[in-house]
Design a protein around this ligand. Structure first.
Ligand code: 2P0
Length: 331
């Protein structure tokens, strides 16, 4: 067999309306739909180099140069499905690299599994709907299969066939909208998202109310906000949903503390700034970690960065930390 190789990148996505909680752990089916914005490929992404040739006797994966087991239900599910659908059974070599801190609440598993599924589909010359396959690797990965604004539909079928992602608005729809990533900590989180959400499903009385009574309407409202390029509405809905997600974390027993003191300072900074401007110019959202994602329109980026540098000065130029220019990811 001749050697075949593929190189692909997949970007990180940031949920504006959050996914938290599964109704089926094995198939990775969510309790509620979610909606995200996919960041620029060049900024925060996973890049995979994958190849196959006769010299390879077993599947191998490295992440950032370190060997990683493929013998887990999530990897096996993705690989088996791709092989079944393509009819290709050769062994594969996968080198995966993240250009951002792994497992620090920056959706590394989303970009990682999206990249894995897309690059192997390319290698196996498979042309089909791939988001449901990526979902089996990590729920949020299905949203990284598309650019722009993406909805992951909850679906109603018990086999998960209709729990897929699709693009709601393209990457060109709202060019003035920017996302700034403030890396508060690049440490691995103490409770993974998967374990955290399992605990919330078991113990939080609020989680089902949110999934059933709040999120469906919120998804409609945020789609309207995006369609009208209404920044104030987008930012408010995003902040409310981030806060509600962290309220569910606090409603979990034992509680999940993903935010830290710096995250709280950033939240206060955003609200104070908006108050002083007498309009909503800045929004925030936090995933399962202390790092902030700020929503801002292009015309206000300079001013916002100046405030961040002033309030959060950093002398450590080597680290990917708050206030450093490469911690900012314009989309
Ligand atoms: C999201 N998060 O919508 C939410 C917000 C974190 C907070 O999706 O178990 O790594 O692999 O499906 O996708 C993180 O959860 O969890 C996540 P699994 P995943 O982006």
């Amino acid at each position: 067999m001749t050697r075949r190789e593929v190189e692909c990148s997949a970007p990180v996505n940031i949920a504006l309306i959050k996914y938290w909680g599964k109704r089926d752990e094995n198939l990775i089916l969510p309790l509620n739909s979610s909606l995200s914005i996919t960041l620029d490929q060049e900024e925060l992404c996973t890049t995979n180099y994958v190849y196959t040739d006769t010299a390879i006797s077993q599947d191998s994966l490295t992440i950032n140069g370190l060997p990683h087991s493929l013998d887990t239900p999530r990897y096996l599910s993705c690989l088996q499905t791709l092989r079944q659908l393509s009819g290709r059974h050769e062994r594969v070599w996968i080198e995966s690299t993240n250009n951002f801190p792994t497992a620090a609440g920056l959706a590394s598993s989303a970009a990682g599994f999206a990249c894995l599924v897309y690059s192997l589909a390319q290698l196996f010359q498979l042309d089909c709907e791939l988001s449901a396959i990526a979902r089996r690797g990590s729920g949020s990965a299905c949203r990284s299969m598309y650019g722009g604004f993406v909805e992951w539909k909850r679906g109603v079928l018990s086999n998960g066939e209709d729990s897929i992602a699709y693009q709601v608005f393209s990457e060109d729809y709202w060019p003035e909208l920017q996302v700034l990533i403030l890396v508060v900590s690049d440490q691995k989180k103490s409770v993974s998202s998967s374990h955290g959400m399992q605990r919330s499903v078991k113990t939080s009385p609020l989680i089902n109310t949110r999934a059933e009574s709040i999120v469906p309407e919120r998804i409609q409202l945020i789609k309207t906000a995006i369609s009208e390029r209404n920044f104030e509405s987008l930012a408010k809905l995003t902040m409310m949903d981030s806060n509600q997600f962290h309220a569910i974390c606090m409603d979990t027993l034992p509680p999940l503390f993903y935010l830290n003191e710096v995250s709280h300072k950033i939240i206060n900074m955003v609200h104070r700034y908006n108050e002083q401007c007498s309009e909503v110019r800045l929004g925030y959202t936090f995933d399962a970690g202390p790092n902030a994602c700020l929503l801002v329109q292009k015309q206000h980026v300079k001013q916002v960065l100046a405030i961040i540098h002033y309030l959060f000065p950093t002398s450590n130029e080597d680290k990917f930390v708050i206030g450093k220019s490469n911690s900012v990811s314009p989309t």
